[in-house]
Design a protein around this ligand. Structure first.
Ligand code: AMP
Ligand code: MG
Length: 398
């Protein structure tokens, strides 16, 4: 049995970076930038403008009661120069008229009749956003190697960039195996269960920033499995198969990978999820995940997600890790590293982890309720109440 770390390293060695492609900014949310930075071609803002609705003035003229002349609104193309000894009503975002050096907000001004205003003493530059206040032409604007956020998309838009270079989303073919499986929404016959993995793995693929290609369920028959393995590996950057990788008489996926390509390894010292087959068919990586639905999602998290991130040029698991105290002793297999489904919350002594429910590999509801996986190392027979372990956050902590 390989350790989790060895298995991860071996899987990651198959991460081939996807090509870069251009997408319009409107489609760039959560895409992974293909460049480390972009060169600013313009100043942002491109001209000095008012940050408030108020009155533009020459600071040398205040404090004073000044006559008003004209008006400058946002979008004004060529505001008249400000005559000394006067003030001009100006709106947020409007260009500062030549000659003006500050803006007094409406709230700090006092109208005197219709066309005069009393303005207080004001500092040069007050309420004015200088040209290039956010970004200057020639700046290298860094793009974190992270999914593009609304804020980064706004930065690019403000620079006038309409399209951004991103990594192509890896295509992930998915199929589930098992004679017992029936599509959710259909009624069950004797001995049948609903297929949880096809849809859960497709969702996990999306969460990892890749694109699922869902193939039909396959019966536990070698010929059918071989055909699906061939089709899946030919049609995607990665093939993920659920079920059929254990030692049962009807587990044909591992043998299928051996028949059609190469099997690199098939057991990992992890709980849940020991049977996981990794190999390649026609030079494309193939991962056979255990069919138990919790094992399938946890091993996806540990092994498929990091591979997809590697294909996108990202390192690590992209999760927040924090040390959390387990509040209850939870027994585990001594040989394997356990990933306990827990709810992490903060208390007076830091972070506290409580089991989110039953830890069986078919007990899906505890995984849905968990906000973290708590890592209890191999070599230990249990996660001990009061001991601290690494918690891998799957989502926010409330
Ligand atoms: P397997 O890995 O094929 O031996 O399956 C292990 C367990 O997971 C069995 O109880 C299967 O019925 C169950 N299982 C396999 N595939 C799925 C699936 N797609 N959805 C829900 N349960 C599954
Ligand atoms: Mg099966």
């Amino acid at each position: 049995m390989l350790s989790v770390d060895e298995a991860r390293a071996r899987i990651l060695s198959h991460a081939r970076l996807t090509d870069a492609e251009q997408v319009p900014l409107g489609q760039a949310f959560r895409r992974i930038p293909g460049l480390a930075s972009v060169l600013a071609q313009v100043d942002v803002p491109p001209f000095a403008n008012s940050s408030m609705d108020g009155f533009a003035l020459r600071t040398a003229d205040a404090p004073a009661e000044l006559p008003l002349a004209g008006e400058v609104a946002a979008g004004a193309t060529a505001p008249m120069p400000l005559q000394s000894g006067s003030a001009v009503p100006i709106m947020t975002g409007a260009p500062l008229p030549p000659g003006a050096d500050a803006v007094v907000p409406l709230e700090e001004a006092e109208m005197v009749g219709e066309d005069r205003v009393r303005l207080p003493m004001t500092e040069v530059g007050a309420n004015v956003r200088a040209r290039g206040h956010d970004t200057q032409q020639g700046d290298q604007v860094e793009l974190a190697a992270d999914p593009l956020s609304p804020a980064t998309i706004a930065v690019l838009a403000s620079l006038g960039i309409g399209e951004v270079t991103v990594r192509r989303r890896p295509l992930v073919a998915i199929f589930s195996t098992g004679n017992e499986l029936v599509a959710p929404g259909e009624s069950l016959g004797a001995g049948q269960i609903h297929d949880a993995n096809t849809v859960s793995l497709a969702a996990a693929v999306l969460e990892a920033g890749a694109e699922p290609v869902v193939l039909p369920r396959v019966r536990d028959e070698p010929a059918a499995i071989d055909a699906a393995l061939r089709e899946g590996s030919a049609s995607a950057d990665l093939l993920v198969v659920s079920g059929g990788v254990s030692v049962g008489r009807h587990d044909h996926v591992r043998a299928g990978i051996e028949r059609l390509g190469e099997l690199a390894f098939w057991r990992i010292a992890v709980q849940p999820g020991k049977p996981l087959a990794f190999g390649s068919i026609a030079d494309r990586p193939v991962i056979g995940l255990p069919g138990n639905p919790v094992s399938a999602l946890v091993t996806f998290e540990l092994f498929v997600r990091v591979l997809l991130r590697g294909m996108l040029g990202l390192t690590g698991d992209g999760r927040v890790h924090l040390p959390a105290r387990l509040d209850t002793t939870v027994r585990k297999d001594r040989e394997r590293r356990a990933y306990l489904r827990v709810v992490v919350r903060s208390d007076r002594d830091g972070w506290l982890a409580s089991p989110a429910g039953g830890q069986g590999s078919a007990q899906l509801r505890s995984l849905a309720a968990a906000n973290a996986l708590l890592v209890v190392p191999e070599g230990e027979p249990a996660g001990e109440a009061g001991a601290r372990y690494d918690a891998v956050l799957l989502r926010g902590v409330s």
